[in-house]
Design a protein around this ligand. Structure first.
Ligand SMILES: Cc1cc2nc3c(=O)[nH]c(=O)nc-3n(C[C@H](O)[C@H](O)[C@H](O)COP(=O)(O)O)c2cc1C
Length: 370
């Protein structure tokens, strides 16, 4: 049986274990300019024992930002800031990918260039969904503007430029964020995509934007250093599709053909992308559904405990498991899981914004015992 704690060959990399740090937005970049700084470097370095760290979602352009103080990868200052993070992680022998993010309609005009409307596949307002404005006020999402066909190639170019910047900043690779109802997911699923051009209608057309973005970043990093995150059946940000199995099977097959390093699939049992502690016990198991159509490394995330992570890797339903909330509150999570040490409970009130508290002050098991 494969162990969660053994190494894994993944694309061009060899990971030291299969405990992955999931991407986690913490809204703590330096202002103004959404620039990573020393505190962020310390936080990631504390977690360098992960098989792989996937960074918090990082906007590829100003248009791609949807929340305050999330970091970007489109200015020279941001690239310099990220260098501090990658150097600190590499100094501890860790590996780190950057998650490339465009939020699409999950934004607010206060984040948009010239105060314009957020953009999406179609002008469909997500129900019961919100964000925070540039001055940190809770706001409901506006009805977005449907992107012109001619604008899409510009966003593909932004993905490419962001990957070039990530490479310059020293990241080991990139993960394209196509999950949780952000822009690429808005194109994939027919609940948010009602376009009638080459980017809407058939599954092939709805997957076109994602695959163009993937090809653009593979062109920069090579296929062995590129992954993608997907959330079939996820309902966060008002997502739904009439036929998720056919849609995501097609996507997996297309990604397989490209030979990328991994797919990273979120189990829908963890609701609101980790925004609540509720677990949907009758949700479909997406690692069971989509493991087969993808022939590379399969990372599974969402609601994992020590027991079910050991089990899913042991059975081979996933090659590795990404942990989100438990990695927030346990910087040394791989060691704690391996030795079956007690886990520190996370404090939801410090997930977003602020400084050290709830960020770099969670204890290591060794220090606790001392
Ligand atoms: C505070 C917080 C921030 C998150 N930020 C991101 C993000 O930036 N990108 C992403 O793909 N998922 C994000 N997620 C989702 C997590 O990566 C993960 O899929 C989710 O928390 C479920 O896994 P868990 O049960 O191990 O926490 C976030 C979740 C939380 C709780």
């Amino acid at each position: 049986m494969t162990s969660l704690f053994e190494g894994l060959k993944m694309g061009d990399l060899t990971l030291r274990n299969r405990v992955i740090m999931a991407p986690l937005t913490r809204m703590r970049s330096k202002q103004p300019g959404n620039i990573p700084y020393d505190l962020n470097a310390q936080y990631y370095a504390q977690r360098a024992s992960a098989g792989l760290i996937i960074s918090e979602a990082t906007q590829i352009s100003q248009q791609g930002q949807g929340y305050p103080a999330t970091p970007g990868i489109h200015s020279p200052e941001q690239v310099e800031g990220w260098k501090k993070v990658t150097q600190a992680v590499h100094a501890k022998d860790g590996k780190i990918f950057l998650q490339l993010w465009h939020v699409g309609r999950v934004s607010h005009s206060s984040h948009q260039p010239n105060g314009g409307l957020p953009v999406s596949a179609s002008a469909i307002q997500p129900k019961n969904s919100g964000t925070f404005s540039a001055d940190w006020k809770p706001v409901t999402l506006e009805t977005p503007r449907a992107l012109e066909r001619s604008e899409i190639s510009g966003i593909v170019a932004d993905y490419k430029k962001a990957a070039e910047n990530a490479k310059a900043a020293g990241f080991d690779g990139v993960e394209v964020h196509s999950a949780n109802g952000y822009l690429l997911d808005q194109f994939l699923q027919d609940g948010s995509n009602q376009r009638t051009d080459q980017y809407g209608g058939s599954i092939e057309n709805r997957a076109r934007f994602l695959l163009e973005a993937m090809d653009a970043v593979v062109g920069v990093y090579g296929k062995g250093r590129v992954g993608v995150r997907l959330s079939p059946y996820g309902t966060f940000n008002d997502m739904h599709d009439s036929n998720p199995v056919t849609l995501f099977t097609y996507v997996m097959e297309q990604l397989s053909k490209r030979g990328i390093a991994y797919v990273h699939v979120i189990e829908p049992r963890s609701t609101s992308a980790g925004g609540t502690d509720e677990v949907m016990r009758d949700a479909p198991c997406t690692s069971d559904l989509f493991r087969k159509p993808f022939n590379g490394v399969f990372i599974s995330a969402g609601g994992y405990t020590r027991e079910n992570a050991i089990d899913v890797v042991g059975k081979g339903t996933a090659d590795a498991v990404a942990f989100g909330r438990l990695f927030i509150s346990n910087p040394d999570l791989p060691e704690r899981l391996q030795k079956n040490l007690p886990l520190t409970r996370y404090d939801r009130s410090t997930f977003y914004g602020g400084e050290e508290k709830g960020y770099t002050d969670y204890p290591f098991a060794e220090a606790k015992a001392a």
